[in-house]
Design a protein around this ligand. Sequence first.
Ligand code: ZN
Length: 304
Amino acid sequence: MSDRELLVLGTASQSPTRERSHNGYLLRWDGTGFLFDPGEGAQRQLTFAGNSGHDVHRLCLTHFHGDHCLGVPGIVQRLSQEGVPHPVSAHYPASGSEYFARLRNASVFLETADLRERPVHDSGVVATGGFGTLEARRLDHPVESFGYRLREPDGRRMLPELLERSGVRGPDVGRLQRAGEIEVGGRRVALEEVSEHRPGQRFAFVMDTRLCSGVRELAAGADLLVIEATFLQRDADLAAEYGHLTAAQAARVAAECGVRALVLTHFSRRYPAPAEFRAEAAVEFGGELVVAEDLMTVRVPKRR
Ligand SMILES: [Zn+2]
């Protein structure tokens, strides 16, 4: 299993179908699990995929339409049932605090889990930690909606040939990485001499929205972009009316923003054939293209 991968829990917008569970995604990023927009049934889908409440560290909601949050009660109660020992942070649009309070207390249970509410008030940094920086950007939907982006800080990639030439070996490599400079055989070696710039990985999550600057800011340079493609282009007027994207729009924005791997999801039940989403998106986007299906996993592409 890769250290960084997306588990798709569900791919249906509005209401689940025979083939598709309500929307929901678990991003496993090293040791941290980000659960995005758990719709109804997310708890059971997690179980099907061999995961549990222990795998959830952060809950990120884009908005409070049911297909993005009706799974919250089950997940919240599961955390307590399992005795999850670590704190879990919950990020959601602050304007929907009333809804979150109801979801969190939807029925009677013994709350032992440490769930910390961190409502999002505006675009900006939401959290930082060993995983990097989690940011939110305001989107354009009939109700307040935020997309999220996870950014690993840029680093340095060590170059074995140059290390060897400079005589830096074994534990000295680690010392050099930590100190930025060491002395080997009477000569100072700087980290920059034996390494190159390594861009941090980026993950972006864009749900219900029309095209707007927030979409572009989130998608910019993403290694993996998960984005809603509720409609096909022939229904672009409906997409605009209800505040959604078409597969063509999502793919075009991904191409313009230098996205490497694109995951389309959140499909309207009016389209029985998912192949149409692929065909439409492939015209616009030449990178790795995934038309999401329930319970599939998608690796974050290797670093550039
Ligand atoms: Zn919505």
